[in-house]
Structure formats: C-alpha cells, structure tokens
Design a protein around this ligand. Sequence first.
Ligand code: MOS
Length: 703
Amino acid sequence: MNRSLRTHEVGVDHERVDGWAKVTGTGPYAYEQPVSQPSYLHPVQSTVARGRVTEVDARAATALSRVLTVLTPFNAPRLQHGHDAELEVLQSDEVWFRGQIVAAVVAETPEVARQAADLVRVQYRTSPHDVILSVDRDDLYKPESVNPNHPTDSLAGDPDAAFDDAARAVEATYTTAMTHNNPLEPHTTVAVWHGDDATATLTVYDSTQGVHTIGEAIATMFGLTPDRVRVVAPYVGGGFGSKGRPHPHEILTVLAAQRLKGRPVKFAVTRQQMFSFVGYRTPTIQRMRLAADVDGRLTGISNDIVELTARYKEFAEQTGIPTRTMYAATNRRTTHRLAALDVPVPSWMRAPGECPGMFAPEVAMDELAEACGVDPIELRIRNEPETDPDTGKPYSSRNFVACLREGARRFGWADRPPLARSRRDGDWWVGTGVAGSTYPVLRRPGASAASVRYDGDGRYVVSIGAADLGTGAWTALTQIAADALTVPFSDIDMRIGDTGLPPATVAGGSSGTTNWGSAIVAAARRFREKYGDDPDAGDEYTAAATDDGHTERFAMHAYGAQFAEVLVNVDTGEIRVPRLLGVFAIGRVINPRTARSQLVGGMTMGLSMALHEKSVLDERFGFVVNHDLAEYHIPTCADVPSVEAHWITEHDPYVNPMGSKGIGEIGIVGTAAAIANAVHHATGVRVREVPITNDAVLLTSHQ
Ligand code: MOS
C-alpha cells in the first residue's frame, strides 16, 4: 500500500491558479512569447498524395520584399536520419501524403510568408495513390504491437466454438470515423538559437503536452545533447493527444531558425494545416462477436479490428484493449490488422484505443440485452468479472457496478419502457441508452521528478516540467504539493512547463496527476525528512517516486456508466441529445471543479463523436476535404443542453499516494455507444456506425 496523503487542500474546488492570467491575456501562449526580431514561417504543402518532388521554383517568392528564405527538400539543413520518419521534414524528395510539407517560406511578417508560400511552384513526378481502407484488402498486415506496446492479438479458449454453441449471440460490424483533434489553440512553435554553431543552444516555445518529450525529439533530430535544448510551455490551449508527440512543425521551425543563424522563427499552424500533419484518429472497422447463455452470461467475446496507418511510419491504435478486459468470458479473442496507406500517420486522440474500442462492445452488449430480454444494466452486472480477464490480476478497485446503479438512480432508468420505439412526444421519438466506460491507470514511477525549495517567509517553490493543457493540472499539483508539505495552498508557488525544471512524463494517457503528483509527494516527504518543518531559506530537495510494485500485482482501471437521452425527429431523422449523465469511479478527486470540467468535456467530445465528427477523406485526391471548422463539425452549446458528471466515493490505496485515477480521457469512452443505444431505443433502428447521421435513422423512423 502507498503511504496515503493526508488531505486538506486535496478535494477542495480551488479556482485555477492560471485562470486570471488566461482570462486577462497576460499568460503567454507559445506564439505570444516575446522574442526580438521574430520572423514567420509558412509551409508549402504537397498537392499530390504520392510521388516525388522534381523541382521547387522559389524565384517569385524570394523576389518579394521581406522574404528571408525558402527552404526546400534540396537546400534544407540535414537532420539525423533513422529515428522518426515523421520528423524528417524536407529531408527527401519523396511525397508520402497530400498535405505533406514540401517547402517553407520564412519572412518578416506572417502575411508576406503566406503570400510568398503561394508563389512557390512545386513540380512532382506523381505515382498512383491508395487511401482506401477496407477489410477486403489483401495487404492487411499484423503490426508487432499496438500503441503503446500491447500485444497485437489476444486469445483465450475458443471464441468461435463458443459462438457456434451459444444460446444467444450477436455478430456485427461496427465502424468509427476518422477524426481530427481540434484544440482551441492550434499548434505553434517559436525557435530561438543562441550563439554560433559549435556551442549553440536553443530555446523553443511550443504548444505541447510535454516539454521534455519535445526537447528530446529536437535534440535527437538535430544531433544535440538534450541540455542544449530548452523547451518552454507554461500555457497551452488544449491538445487531446495531438500535442503529446512531436510533429514536423516543431522540427521545421527549428530548422528554419538554424538557417537564419540566430533570428527567431515563429510558426503558427493554421486550422486547415492541422488536418495534415499533427495526427488524427484512425477510422476503425470492428467485427464483434458475443456469445452468451440464455440469461446473457457471456461465454465468448471477440473483436477483430481493421484500421489504417501510414506507409512511412506505423501507428497502430489499440482498439481491442477494452474487449480484453471489460467483461468476464472464458473464450476471448482480439486482433488488430492494418492497411498502410498514402495518408499522414495517425496518432493519439483522446483515449486512443479505449474510445473507439468501447463503441463496438457497448453497442453489441445492448444488442445482446435485447436478444436475451434482459435489461442492459442487469446484463452488464451479470458479466462483471472477479479478476481482470486479461491478466488474471485482482483489481486495485473496480466499481463499475456502483456507477451503473448510481447512474440508473440519478438518470431515472427505472421508468424506462423496455421496448424500443415505444415513446413518442409530438414529432419526436424518445429513447434512452446506457454504456460502460473504462480507462487504465497508467503509471511510470521514477520517470518524473520534482523539486521542493523553501524560499523563506513561508513560501515553497515546487517545480516539475509538467504541462497543463487546460486540464487544471497546475492547480491540482499545487493542492497535492500543499498537502504533501502540510502547508496551505497559498504557500505554494508551483512551476511547470519548462525543461529547466525536473523531468516529467508527457501529459497523456490520463497519467499526469498520477506520475507528477507521486513525484511531488516523494520530493516533499524527502524534503521534510531532511529539513524538518522549519527549513532555512534555500533548502531544496529533488526526488522521483520509487516503484512500489503495484502495477505488477494489480489491474488498475477507472470506470464509468454513461446515460443518454435522445430525441429523433419522425420526419427529418434529426437527432438531439437533451441529456447526458455520467457516473464515474475515478478514485479520489483532487479538485471537483477542474475534474468535472474534464469529465463534462470528455462526454461532450463523445457526443461529438456520436453525431458530428467525421474527417471526409476524398479518395480521388487523397486528402481530408472538410478541413476547417465550417465543415468539420464539433458541437456548440446548443447541441449540448445538459451534461452531468458525477462520481462515487472510491478509495484505492494502490494507485498512488493521492488515491486518484486519471480523468482526462474516461469521459469520452462509451458516450457514443450510449447515444447509439438510445437512438435504437427511440427508433428501433440499430446504427453501428458513428457519426450517426439523419439518413441512417430516417427511412425507418417515419411511421
Ligand atoms: Mo491523450 S490522447 O493520451 O493526450
């Protein structure tokens, strides 16, 4: 067991420590960091999806006044090769996807850079491209592992035999769309080289989920020791995973600044460019089978998944993971197969794996409930495992059933008519649905460190290179530090977002609070052991959390139950979601205000996945045509009248000293399935594809 943190400030709904700076505009985002004599970069993107660049004619661009340089594959400084193909920007003439950066203009104003980029003429030798994802392709392949390093396939027992012998069964194909992260703040990078080539150091202001992650990537690509690269990112306007890994824009900005020998370069990626080179969620095709006895007790469960990756770099989304671990069944199988296409490489988007990977199973469970004549909540309770079905380990805590029961009570599930298509209110069919959520507690003990310094006058400076994307991490860490040092919240000066601070893991996998908070608690305890409760100004201690071995002994997951009410117009098929309600088991909540915001945000993004978001890949040209917020739809306030997030009381002494579980991603997991199940309950139409569009329910809903 961890020595648990005594809590005084943890659990209080403190306002965000960065709130004032953000709303008054005094907290600088990366692009706003003041640098002397900035220049501005605008990229030129490939207009073909596959081929080679044969010529770049920059004469008209360089003829414009105030243009400083044009970088091309033929003149760009060389990077280190063989580490990450995605980051080898302007290193070869090869075109891997439409929208790839094939040149870049740097000018004294952003307007001139953009104008000049338009004047750059690029010639290609074009090859036929292939961007069609299909289960019928004969070149689907099995990756060596799936993100981040899970086994590609899993097998226990004989799920096909279980299916053949089943009293009740469901077999269907479910699909989720390609989707793109659209944080409020687009990606931006500012690069400043200091000094001459041999001893030059570099400062990068970047909109990122991990300063150390980006710093290491830049150091690797430029052949520098990491101590020569400083990355700064105190304020970040969202990321959802798209800023969790380095992308070409960061490398390109540094490359341009290197070319300009000391003049700072700023690159603000446009909204449209975000659809080309900062990652996205792969579409998934999931062949799902459930086998059960007459009472709905699962005997077999399988999910065979096909998704896409890029030809130049592999990313394999771990979509089968929730099928491995959510419900008890003796016979289980998951597989992942990929099509390598002429597209940008997919990457992280809020709950990679769990999010698309809970859509198929949770709609299938609704179908099984119908086939068995069992209430969907009762069906899930009947299939609750004693231990983790995948690993056999006991759970550190598992309170999925409590979430279902508490959610049913709050939502008013008892009044629900059991049959679909049985409630109509004027022009609207009315339905409700439920689905489960799960997300792992990811831990990397020792990978983050924190320092505690006493500055005198009752002030403690606590430092860690963590990132607050808008999640509230800065505030939550201040609360943890206060309790770890047993001082009031207001005595803590929390510093984050700088590689000059102790190393921190990336703000990804809902793991920030676990990893950084554990480091802060470790550092604070060592500080007190060494200096006592009455330290001298300047006393300082830096420490990392030690490995308690609990990851080896326990399966650790957060859970949730999501409830949706939908209205479906009998004439137009328009779908509205007047109500979403989620109840989560997420350990101890550090800050109810910011936690609620994370959960509500996740659920809203889940609604968006269910009804709005779809990147439309035009197969003729090989790119996403709806690459802006006019055509790529995300919900507005009018689409989301009521989203309620609640949590149960949960004590988990094993996850970390705070007893907290990650909350950044679980809110999006299962939401789309709850809405799809509610659409079925309203209309009787089973939709196995998201986003759900009017036409999917229209033909049969009008009677
Ligand atoms: Mo999250 S997609 O792990 O940043």
